[in-house]
Write a protein that binds this ligand. Structure first.
Ligand code: PMV
Length: 324
């Protein structure tokens, strides 16, 4: 089963329950058509993970293996809760063939865990039929943002309220053909980050700015972003999503210990994009996840210029995707 990353306009950062990856606030993204990861799952005696990135085998051991083990255990717990305790075989052989460079802010884990959730759905459909929301819950148990990649187009992840395993789920706010947006992805460095987002979420509460961020999303930002997408209002989308991305990095940089995901290169690219759009009046916005990678989101009208700008960035790798 093929699966791809998503890029968030309102970012998920910080949990109210780390074990179950129950977010503190809602988030919102567009699912991308590219690059992708292909997941296959077969019955086996134990849990085995084989992972290949760009055709090269990556050993999954230690805490990485533990993350998959925990995900499968939580998935079993969730399935038991909906009356299907034996739906999954006791051992699984999971193969991941990914075209996404890991740990650089390109949401490779979102593609992997959404792919696992979709493949599990297909695998157990004779025993229990899962809908998209239920599949998003299974994805969320491995990576919060993966919940949004289960569904295509423009997708919100509702934080929910209590501590139940199914409290937070994703839903589609508009299909992909509602609005053709592109994501031109500029990767300045493929060095893997040292603190992954699982650890990062657990530190969010230590930032003095975290509470205000959550309040802003709950009272205003998520709503504004949904409206911007439904109204196809690019200026509004730009304002709210850039505000939210910079705010998330402010929280990261003021947590204890501080998390600095953005590099000098990131800031240089962002500065140049701002100058370019001012000069040319281009509908393009920037956003960054947990890494130095800059996502340039734009409409049809701007894509050619944004593509040329991205390709002119020395030493950077460029990926091109659109909503999918
Ligand atoms: O799903 P995780 O645990 O990898 O967290 C992803 C967090 C961000 O990518 C930084 C933001 C987001 O909403 O995608």
């Amino acid at each position: 089963m093929l699966s791809s990353p998503n890029i968030a306009f309102i970012k998920y950062w910080g949990n109210r329950n780390n074990e179950l990856r129950l977010p503190m606030a809602d988030s919102l993204s567009m699912t991308l058509d590219h690059p992708n990861a292909e997941i296959t799952i077969q019955e086996a005696d134990t849990l085995e993970i084989h992972s290949y990135t760009m055709g090269k085998e990556r050993k999954i051991e230690g805490e990485h293996l533990e993350r998959f083990r925990t995900h499968i255990e939580l998935t079993r717990r969730y399935l038991a809760g909906i009356g299907a305790p034996k739906a999954l075989p006791s051992g699984l052989h999971i193969t991941i063939a990914s075209n996404i460079p890991p740990s650089i802010g390109l949401a490779s884990s979102a593609a992997v865990f959404s792919g696992i959730a979709k493949t599990i759905r297909q695998m157990i459909d004779k025993r229990v039929e899962l809908d998209d929301a239920q599949t998003s819950i299974i994805a969320r148990l491995g990576s919060g943002s993966a919940a949004r990649s289960v569904i295509g187009g423009y997708v919100a992840l509702a934080a929910g309220e209590d501590n139940a395993i199914n409290a937070s789920r994703a839903w589609q706010i508009a299909p992909a053909n509602h609005w053709q947006l592109y994501d031109i992805i500029v990767v300045p460095s493929q060095t893997e980050k040292s603190v992954g987002s699982t650890e990062g979420h657990a530190l969010a509460h230590t930032s003095p700015h975290f509470a205000a961020r959550i309040e802003a999303i709950r009272t205003r930002r998520q709503r504004e972003c949904v409206d911007a997408i439904l109204e196809k209002d690019f200026e509004k989308l730009q304002r709210v999503s850039e505000e939210d991305a910079l705010d998330m990095h402010h929280v990261m940089e003021t947590s204890n210990p501080p998390l600095k995901y953005l590099s000098q290169e990131t800031h240089r690219i962002v500065g140049e994009v701002k100058a370019l759009r001012e000069k040319e009046h281009l509908p393009v916005l920037f956003t960054m996840d947990a890494g130095p990678t800059v996502h340039l989101i734009c409409t049809d009208e701007a894509v050619q210029e944004v593509r040329s700008f991205a390709k002119a960035q020395k030493g950077c790798t460029v990926f091109e995707a659109k909503v999918g």
